[in-house]
Design a protein around this ligand. Structure first.
Ligand code: MEV
Length: 411
């Protein structure tokens, strides 16, 4: 299309190829992308010009509630998949992870501005009818086992805060919940002494909680001394915010990897988890480790507003691939697998910190990234990797120096 014609359209209305041509004419180098992929991606997001890809790794076997799953993990940090794999082997030897969920629904919030004479008690008497009305309007959600479950109200001066609990069934439910809230917001605006609906939107407040638990024979984790160190580390994380946030980052390594691989909203889970970690008024570790009867017991609870349908899950082939790996799972099962993976990553981190330190394993894997950036053939790269690992010098400088040496030796 000619540039005068393009300038009449908004940037988001351009075809993705037009955006790419424009950027390339500006001198920006873009990665190659197949035209059908670009067209497909353009239906998923806005202003699309390409894609960012992540490696998909797997936990070949993780036992959760006596069922074995192959867990997809999409993440660029190699130690995350390696750590979860290491832990899953120890978990599996000990019978696997037990997990339970409370999945009552997610909250939506409607805030109304009300007149002085507004009667909250009379207003709440209308709620059963409102719930029925919404559930009739959103009958397809009810058919899938979900629906509006509860409305609670509180008043602060001229504002009334409504908490609407929506069970989204097998979906995460953000879109459906927002539609329900806007529908209810419109109805409520017409009630006596309600001046206006200020807003009606889903809240990411922690709900849909899943707890994962393991009970490990102390000998399978390296004996009582190691187990005691893990417990001490965990105790430090209960009160020391510097340790707590890092402990939780380790848990989210596993959680986010599975969320990304399954097309779930990791931003929502991250936001809710930060609130959950602070639920008693001070930020703390999400996991707890203790010793009882010669067993190391670990638990973690995570708010997981996730789904196995809805959003872009069906439209994305990469996400369908993850579900092929997982096999048929319900939203509850997926939440339990995610929490179990988070606990696996946490355990591996604590085990490494309590024994040989985190860097040994991390750097071994990071060496692969260093080597990948070298302009060298595969044989040279393999030799550089060997030298980096042997010498334990994990820097770009060392990689370049070893490559030089290898080439000199050859000539
Ligand atoms: C690194 O990605 C995560 C860890 O720092 C977590 C932890 O310290 O518990 C290893």
């Amino acid at each position: 299309m000619k540039s005068e014609e393009l300038s009449k359209k908004k940037f988001y209305q351009w075809l993705p190829e037009e955006r790419r041509n424009f950027l390339e004419e500006e001198g920006i180098e873009l990665s190659k992308i197949a035209s059908d992929t670009l067209t497909r991606l353009n239906t998923l997001s806005e202003n699309v010009v390409g894609q960012v890809r992540l490696p998909l790794g797997i936990l070949p076997r993780l036992i959760v509630n006596e069922k074995s799953y192959c867990v997809p993990m999409a993440v660029e940090e190699p130690s995350v998949v390696a750590a979860a794999n290491h832990a899953s082997k120890i978990f599996n030897q000990n019978g696997g992870v037990e997990a339970v969920s409370i999945r009552n629904g997610i909250y939506g919030q409607i805030v109304l501005e009300v007149a002085h004479d507004f009667d909250l008690v009379r207003f709440t008497e209308e709620f059963p009818e409102l719930i029925e009305l919404a559930n009739r309007k959103f009958a397809s959600l009810v058919k899938h086992g979900g629906g509006v479950r509860k409305i609670e109200a509180s008043r602060k001066d001229n504002l009334v805060f409504l908490k609407v609990l929506v069970d989204p069934a097998e979906a995460m439910g953000a879109n459906k919940t927002n539609a329900i809230l806007e529908f209810l917001g419109n109805k409520l605006e017409k009630q006596i002494n309600v001046e206006q609906t200020m807003y009606a939107i889903l809240s990411n407040y922690p709900t849909q909680l899943t707890t994962a638990k393991v009970s490990l024979d102390i000998n399978s984790v390296g004996g009582p001394k190691v187990a005691k160190k893990i417990v001490l580390l965990s105790e430090i994380g209960q009160t020391d915010i510097y340790r707590a946030v890092t402990n939780n980052k380790g848990i989210m390594n596993g959680v986010d990897s599975v969320l990304v691989a399954t097309g779930n909203d990791y931003r929502g889970v991250e936001a809710a988890t930060a609130v959950w970690a602070n639920k008693d008024g001070s930020y703390t570790s999400l996991s707890k480790w203790s010793i009882a009867n010669d067993r190391l017991i670990g638990t973690v609870t995570i708010p997981l507003a996730i789904g196995v349908v809805g959003g872009s899950i069906k439209a994305r082939r990469d996400i369908q691939q993850s579900f092929n790996l997982l096999g048929k799972v319900s939203a509850e099962q997926l939440a339990e697998i995610i929490a179990a993976t988070g606990l696996a990553n946490n355990f591996s981190a604590l085990l490494a910190i309590s024994t040989k330190g985190i860097q040994a394993g991390h750097m071994k894997l990071q060496a692969r990234n260093l080597v990948a950036t070298l302009k060298a053939n595969e044989d040279e790269k393999a030799k550089v990797l060997e030298k980096l690992q042997e010498s334990k010098q994990y820097t770009q400088e060392a990689a370049v120096r070893f490559l030089d040496e290898i080439r000199k030796e050859k000539n």
